[in-house]
Structures are given as structure tokens and as C-alpha cells.
Design a protein around this ligand. Structure first.
Ligand code: ATP
Ligand code: MG
Length: 415
């Protein structure tokens, strides 16, 4: 993409009311727009990153036999009443509304009841199980605290997968596979070495514990206790003698730190399938309730976490796997059109080879182009200038390390 076509521009100052680093940087670099607290639009660069994160997650979900669906954002009250979660006393994040005929409906804050009822149409026998539908869908939550930028949205995109199994053992086996898939995802998006599989409370879903994936950052709202040797952590909500005993862990062995929950996985058992009567017939003709699990990842939260964890004083630093572009090609205007013609040609050749390039063809000062490039955070910056043309070389700067290399055009194509 030519930067002269990009409708977003960088800005020096973030909005005064924006306190979180992730939103400040993303707004300044033109990735997102703040509609109101906790509600953000994704602009061209931001959507590219979000889509890249989505694709990494999709590949890993498909690898564990997930099947992609898309459920509705508007939901029916009856299903929520059946599991006793319609009442504001039981769920404090509801956005509720009414149809013209006065029927109560809601905006989805999660999709367990909805998917359970969908699966009722298709699951009758043991032969129909297991199944793993998942989706990327907007959730709406009337969060009280929405000061963390895209960490905590009132409207946000989530990947949610639901597992439907015959037995507890079948669920347990899938749960372990999901842990591996989640680790792959966080490794691939560049958060692997700061993200811990964390024992957490099972909430109201009947099982005592759940697991979260917690990424270390001072911007997080959670407190975890890390065991480096075992490469796991414990959320402070379940940090007690019983948990420590269950794992053989001693208080000395743990380091406390702040973190953000980038994903979580729950064994739901029959919490939803029971009241909503999702049953199957076993091979011996017995009727049994389906055993469920749920597996979430907030995409905006992952994106915000990458910004919090990997950015530096100059701006954002994207890992190549999810960057909006791989190369930021920067033309420094010369006296004649020599450098420009060459940069135009190079941009064309790279695009033809499907290399993602943002081409800064704007008529702007070098300092301004470099500052913008640092802020936007594309992994490789390649400069075309008169000086470089004379030497027959391109200057390349690695955004993450600041390392500068003089490379040939051929070398650029092998990056
Ligand atoms: P939290 O404890 O942070 O409030 P949660 O436990 O309610 O989150 P789930 O409902 O299980 O989270 O959602 C699954 C995932 O969705 C979370 O692990 C997180 O990555 C993401 N998520 C949850 N709430 C938000 C939000 N308000 N904005 C952005 N992402 C969110
Ligand atoms: Mg949580």
C-alpha cells in the first residue's frame, strides 16, 4: 500500500483522556479510533493486525479439529433464563434491549447457551460426538472499568470455541490439546516467553479450577504467582494452601507479578447441557448429558498486550507474524526522479511477489518519515535514497533491534 493513499495519519499526541499505553500508541499511529471509553474502531492498519491475529488463531483451532461458525450477536432471553443467568444479579455486564413488540432480548456477552441449542439440532447419538465449533464474534459487556484501552472493551472480538464430549475423559484429552494449541498461538504472536498457563478459579461452572493464559505486564489487572521451574502460574484468586498442596509447590518458590489474561479455558461439565437438555444416546442405549468446555481468546486484548509488552520509547514493535506489513519502504526524495523511479519499481516487484509493503512515497522530510516509521512499527525499514543508489545498496533497519544493514536488492527478496 502506498502511504500517500492511507487515509490515516500519525499524530504526536494521544487523546488526553486515554491513559493506557496500548491505546495511546495505537491511536497515535492510526491503528484504532476511540468511539468512547472501551469502544474502539479498527482502521486499515489496525484491521490488518487484527486479521493476522485471527488467522493465527484460526490455523491453530482448525489443527485441533475446530469447525468455524458464526452465531448471532442478538440473543434470546429464554435460553439465558433456562441457565439462570438472565437476572442482573447473576450477570453484571448485560446489555439488554427490547424488540418493538416488547420482547426482551440481549446483546451477546458470551455464547454458551446459544451454541448448546444449535448443537441440539445435530447431536443425538454417541456417533455425533465429539464436536468443536468455534467462531470469531463480537461480545458486548457493560464493563464498569474500561480504562485499559483495547484490553477491556465494552464491545470486543473474541475467539470462542466450545467442546462437546461424551465423557469427562474425552473432555480432559481435548483440554490438553487446547492448552498446546493456545501455547502455539501465544508463541506465534510473540508473547510466548511472557505468557504462563495459570491455574484459576472455575467460577460458577461446577469445576473447581479453570486455566488462564496470563501475560506478564505492568498494565495488567491480575496478580499471579509464577513457578519458573514448572513454567506455570497461580492466579491470586486461588493462591491458597490447598492449591499449593495440589501442585507440591512451596511459597518460596513463587514470584508474584502483574499480568493480563489473554485467554482462558474452562471445563463446563453439564452446567449448560443439563438445563438446556443437550443429551446423547450411548452405544448401550442410555441417555446422557453432553460434557462441555469453553475456550476463549480476546483478539483486541492480544493485540493490546503485544503493544504493551513489545513497544519501546519510539513506538510500536510488531512481530513479523502479525505485522500489518513486513517491509516499510521509504523513499527519500532526491533532486531528480532517479530514486523515486527505482523505489516505484521496487515496490511493484515486491508486491508482485506478495511481500506486504507499506511504501512511504509521501513528500515529507526524512526525520518525519523515520519518526512515523518507528511509531507504526513495521519489522523491516528499507530506505531508497540518492546516496544509496550511488552505492548500489539499500539501507535496511530492523525495527526491533535498531540494527542497520546495507543490503542488495537480491538480499531484500530473501528476507
Ligand atoms: P476478565 O477476567 O479479564 O474480565 P473474563 O474472565 O470475563 O475476562 P472470558 O469471559 O472468559 O473472560 O473471555 C475470554 C477471553 O476474552 C479473555 O481471556 C480475554 O482474553 C478476553 N476478554 C474478556 N473480557 C474482555 C474485554 N472486556 N475486552 C477485551 N477482551 C476481553
Ligand atoms: Mg477472567
Amino acid at each position: 500500500m502506498k502511504q500517500s493513499f492511507l487515509f490515516t495519519k500519525t499524530r504526536r499526541e494521544a487523546p488526553k483522556d486515554e491513559v493506557s499505553k496500548n491505546a495511546q500508541l495505537l491511536i497515535r499511529a492510526g491503528y484504532i479510533h476511540k468511539e468512547m471509553a472501551g469502544v474502539y474502531s479498527y482502521l486499515p492498519l489496525g484491521l490488518k493486525v487484527l486479521n493476522n491475529i485471527e488467522n493465527v488463531i484460526r490455523e491453530e483451532m482448525n489443527a485441533i479439529e475446530g469447525q468455524e461458525v458464526q452465531l448471532t450477536a442478538l440473543q434470546d432471553k429464554n435460553k439465558w433464563e433456562a441457565v439462570d443467568r438472565w437476572d442482573d444479579k447473576n450477570v453484571d455486564v448485560w446489555f439488554k434491549t427490547k424488540l418493538k413488540n416488547d420482547t426482551d432480548i440481549s446483546l451477546a456477552y458470551t455464547h454458551e447457551p446459544a451454541i448448546t441449542v444449535v448443537m441440539k439440532d445435530y447431536i443425538t447419538s454417541y456417533r455425533d460426538l465429539p464436536q468443536y465449533p468455534y467462531q470469531f464474534q463480537t461480545k458486548f459487556r457493560n464493563e464498569t472499568r474500561a480504562k485499559s484501552g483495547i484490553f477491556r472493551g465494552r464491545e470486543f472480538l473474541m475467539k470462542d470455541l466450545y467442546s462437546f464430549s461424551k465423557t469427562q475423559e474425552e473432555l480432559d484429552t481435548f483440554y490438553e490439546k487446547a492448552i498446546v494449541a493456545y501455547k502455539n498461538i501465544f508463541n506465534r504472536v510473540g508473547l510466548g516467553d511472557k505468557t504462563y498457563l495459570t491455574l484459576a478459579s472455575g467460577g460458577s461452572f461446577g469445576s473447581k479450577y479453570s486455566h488462564e493464559f496470563q501475560t506478564l505486564t505492568g498494565a495488567g489487572e491480575d496478580n499471579i504467582y509464577i513457578h519458573k521451574g514448572k513454567n506455570i502460574a497461580i492466579n491470586d484468586e486461588v493462591y491458597n494452601d490447598e492449591t499449593l498442596e495440589m501442585l507440591g509447590i512451596k511459597k518460596e518458590e513463587l514470584i508474584q507479578d502483574k499480568s493480563v489474561e489473554v485467554g482462558n479455558i474452562y471445563k463446563l461439565g453439564t452446567f449448560y447441557s443439563g438445563p438446556l437438555e443437550l443429551k446423547y444416546t450411548t452405544s448401550t442405549g442410555e441417555s446422557k448429558e453432553v460434557i462441555m468446555g469453553s475456550y476463549g481468546i480476546g483478539l483486541g486484548r492480544v493485540m493490546g498486550t503485544i503493544v504493551e509488552v513489545l513497544s519501546d520509547e519510539k513506538g510500536i514493535v510488531w512481530p513479523e507474524s502479525i505485522a500489518p506489513f513486513k517491509i516499510h519502504l521509504i523513499l527519500l526524495g532526491g533532486k531528480d526522479d532517479k530514486a523515486k523511479n527505482y523505489a516505484d519499481e521496487l515496490y511493484k516487484k515486491l508486491s508482485e511477489k506478495n511481500v506486504e509493503v507499506l511504501y512511504d512515497d509521501r513528500d515529507a522530510r526524512a526525520g518525519e518519515k523515520f519518526a512515523d516509521s518507528d511509531l507504526i512499527g513495521i519489522p523491516y525499514r528499507v530506505i531508497v535514497s540518492d546516496k544509496g543508489m550511488e552505492a548500489g545498496k539499500l539501507e535496511m533497519k530492523v525495527r526491533k533491534t535498531g540494527e542497520i544493514q546495507s543490503i542488495t536488492e537480491e538480499e531484500l527478496f530473501t528476507l
